[in-house]
Design a protein around this ligand. Structure first.
Ligand SMILES: *[C@@H]1O[C@H](CO)[C@@H](O)[C@H](O)[C@H]1NC(C)=O
Ligand SMILES: *[C@@H]1O[C@H](CO)[C@@H](O)[C@H](O)[C@H]1NC(C)=O
Length: 207
């Protein structure tokens, strides 16, 4: 039986805007999120992190109001249909394979993702779906075909992992790294995070 696996990880970075995983390696090469759907009343299709997709949408449609979109995303988030979510792992319970990312930066990414569009990932690859400051969310596809789940559905996994796995890390604050599986369609979601080396380092949002 084919097993569909999504893998989402929250990963900190050492270098600006790379959001490359530094701890446990991802199982597949990293690729772009393949985004398509409605943003700010425009049908768009762009590749990149969700923050880059917003920036490209703004470049193509100067009337696109990012703040209004985020506000609407947050308002609609409660309406995401509950699906079949299975077990999860928190990094701190499985030997810390991934270092935690700051929760507030992951929440930023979640708010970008809570839209009405689809977040696609190529076969046997890991899409970097969000990169905010030192924290990234990856979605990995274990299948041999392209999949395009709802971005908001993926955001709900990241929210779950925060709820399950958040911890107060000395010197960092509230941080999270974890993994969650979905029974539906045999999906697997996974998050991990890592904080960048210097807490004082300045890294910018992409939007
Ligand atoms: C986005 O990525 C998909 C899958 O790799 C590719 O088919 C498509 O051409 C890309 N689109 C753009 C605008 O680069
Ligand atoms: C959840 O899983 C149950 C049992 O496998 C199945 O009957 C049900 O349709 C699933 N719900 C969704 C929303 O997929």
């Amino acid at each position: 039986m084919a097993v569909l696996a999504f893998l989402v990880c929250l990963v900190g970075i050492f270098q600006l805007a790379t959001c490359a995983p530094k701890d446990a390696p991802l199982p597949y090469p990293v690729s772009d999120l393949v985004f398509s759907g409605e943003l700010g009343g425009h049908q768009v299709a762009f590749n990149g992190t969700i923050q880059q997709v917003y920036a490209k949408t703004l470049a193509a449609h100067p009337d696109f109001n990012v703040h209004a979109q985020i506000t609407a995303n947050i308002a609609s988030a409660a309406k995401v249909t509950k699906r079949n979510k299975s077990n999860h792992f928190c990094s701190q319970d499985i030997g810390n394979p991934w270092r935690p990312a700051k929760v507030d930066k992951i929440v930023d990414g979640i708010h970008y993702l809570q839209n009405k569009a689809r977040c696609g990932v190529n076969p046997r690859s890991c899409a970097r779906i969000s990169c905010s400051w030192d924290s990234a969310i990856f979605l990995c596809n274990d299948r041999n075909d392209f999949i395009q789940p709802s971005c908001a559905y993926l955001a709900s996994y990241a929210s779950d992992i925060i709820n399950f796995c958040h911890q107060d890390v000395n010197g960092i604050g509230i941080a999270v790294a974890g993994q969650e599986f979905d029974t539906e369609n045999y999906n697997v979601l996974y998050t991990s995070g890592k904080l960048s080396g210097g807490l004082g380092s300045v890294e910018g949002d992409l939007v």
